[in-house]
Write a protein that binds this ligand. Sequence first.
Ligand code: SF4
Ligand code: SF4
Length: 97
Amino acid sequence: MRPYLREKTSFGFADVPEATCYEAGYLVTKNAGWRSIRPVIDAQRCVGCYQCYLYCPDGVIRIEDGKAVVDLDFCKGCGICQKTCRIGAIEMEAERK
Ligand code: SF4
Ligand code: SF4
């Protein structure tokens, strides 16, 4: 078995799970409170390109009505989504206590 080789088959977004964390059954406990920054989506700028959705390591971003939506119950605040959004529709803001 060669686990690092993937089958080269094409697929569309309809074949990709909506929120990967739930499909995999991973994130079952909510954010424990250690997140220091959180992503905020600017819906006016977001074009629903799926970049952040594809790169979020926790699979907590979904696209609703053409706009990205983050499930903050499970987001860990890593900021990868902000780095991948080329049009700057995501800002990381400090958590409010
Ligand atoms: S990467 Fe940016 S523009 Fe694309 S869906 Fe995410 S927030 Fe929207
Ligand atoms: S900050 Fe990290 S975990 Fe939270 S939505 Fe962005 S990429 Fe996902």
